[in-house]
Design a protein around this ligand. Structure first.
Ligand code: NAP
Length: 283
C-alpha cells in the first residue's frame, strides 16, 4: 500500500462549522498537521498540529497567503448567499495561485446546471470552475444531511413540503462524510479526478423519515405533502429573498422528482464500513 510523503501539507476550511470541524478533528486524531482557514481564527477548534489563519473565501489575498504550499485542501462549500458561486470562484482561483496541489470540494448530490434543487446548480457551476482551473480535484457530492432531518419538523410535529409521495432521499450522516473526506484527503494514491456521490444506506420518503423520527425521539412526527404554491405561501412569512425561498422549496421538489433517490456504495468504499442509517444518526 503506497503512503503519502511525510511532508504532505493539509488545509481545511469550515472548521468552525459542523462538517469542516469533524474533518479537522479526524486529521488531528490521525496525527496530521493542518492549516485551518477561518473567517475568525479565534473560533477555530484548538487541535494538536493545527494552525488557524484568517481568510474569507472572497478575500483573494488572504486565501493566497494562507494556502501557500498546501498539498491537499478541503473546501467546504460556503454559507448560502446570492453570490455564493462568485465567492467560490475567487476562492478557487486563489487556491490555484497559492499552488494548492489537490482540492477536495464538498459538492451536492446530482449537481447539474438544470438540477431541480437550485443550490445543486451552484455546486455544478463551482465544479466547472474547479475543472477549468486545472487543479487536481475530487468532488464529494453529498446527499441531504441526515443530521438536519429533525430540523424539518415544525413545532406541531409535522414535516410539510412539496415532496410528493413515494419518492425518496438518500440522506447521509455528516460523520460519514467526514470519514470519507478524511480518507480522500489522506489517500495514497490520491483520488484526483474522481467524483463520489455520498449517500446513506437507504432511500427514504419523507413519510418514512417522519416514522424514523417518531421511533427514535418518542415524539410523534408525520409528513404532510404541500403543493408548490402552498410551500411558497407558508414560507413567505420568513421574509427571505427569492433565491432562498427557491432553494428551500426546491429541496422538496427535488425529492419529488426522484433526483435525491439513488443509494451509492461510495461511503462504504471510501471508509471501509457501512453508511450510517438515519435512526442511528438521530439517536
Ligand atoms: N447537504 C446538505 O443537506 C446541506 C445542508 C446545509 C448546508 N450544506 C452545505 O454544506 C456546508 C457545510 O455544512 P455545515 O453543516 O458544516 O455548515 P456550518 O456548520 O454552517 O459550517 C459552515 C462553515 O463554512 C464556513 N464558511 C461559510 N462561508 C464562508 C466564507 N464565505 N468564507 C470562509 N468560510 C466560510 C463557516 O465559517 P463561519 O464560522 O465564519 O461562518 C463554517 O465554518 C454548508 O456551508 C453548506 O454549503 C449542505
Amino acid at each position: 500500500m503506497p503512503s503519502l510523503p511525510l511532508d504532505t501539507t493539509f488545509a481545511v476550511t469550515g472548521s468552525t462549522g459542523r462538517l469542516g470541524g469533524r474533518v479537522a478533528r479526524r486529521l488531528a486524531a490521525a496525527g496530521v498537521a493542518q492549516t485551518l482557514l477561518a473567517r475568525d481564527p479565534g473560533r477555530a477548534p484548538r487541535l494538536p498540529g493545527a494552525v488557524a489563519v484568517p481568510g474569507s473565501y472572497g478575500d483573494r489575498e488572504a486565501v493566497v497567503r494562507a494556502l501557500r504550499g498546501v498539498d491537499r485542501l478541503l473546501m467546504v462549500s460556503a454559507a448560502e448567499t446570492a453570490d455564493r458561486v462568485d465567492t467560490h470562484r475567487v476562492f478557487v482561483d486563489a487556491a490555484v495561485e497559492a499552488g494548492v496541489g489537490h482540492l477536495v470540494y464538498i459538492s451536492f448530490y446530482g449537481a447539474a446546471p438544470d438540477a431541480t434543487f437550485t443550490l445543486a446548480r451552484d455546486h455544478w457551476h463551482t465544479e466547472q470552475h474547479i475543472r477549468a482551473a486545472g487543479v487536481p480535484f475530487t468532488f464529494l457530492r453529498d446527499n441531504l444531511y441526515a443530521d438536519f432531518m429533525p430540523g424539518l419538523v415544525g413545532d406541531d410535529g409535522v414535516i410539510r413540503g412539496p415532496a410528493g409521495e413515494g419518492r425518496a432521499a438518500a440522506v447521509v450522516a455528516q460523520d460519514d462524510i467526514a470519514d470519507a473526506s478524511t480518507a480522500v484527503l489522506t489517500g495514497a494514491p490520491d483520488h484526483a479526478g474522481a467524483t463520489y456521490d455520498l449517500t446513506g444506506p437507504e432511500a427514504l420518503t419523507l413519510g418514512e423519515i417522519a416514522d424514523v423520527l417518531t421511533g427514535t425521539t418518542g415524539r410523534t412526527v408525520r409528513y404532510q405533502p404541500e403543493s408548490v404554491a402552498e410551500a411558497y405561501r407558508t414560507r413567505a412569512s420568513y421574509g427571505a429573498p427569492d433565491w432562498q425561498l427557491d432553494a428551500w422549496v426546491s429541496t422538496y421538489t427535488a425529492i419529488a422528482a426522484g433526483e435525491l433517490a439513488g443509494v451509492t456504495d461510495c461511503v462504504p468504499r471510501l471508509t471501509g464500513r457501512p453508511a450510517t442509517p438515519l435512526a442511528d444518526v438521530v439517536r
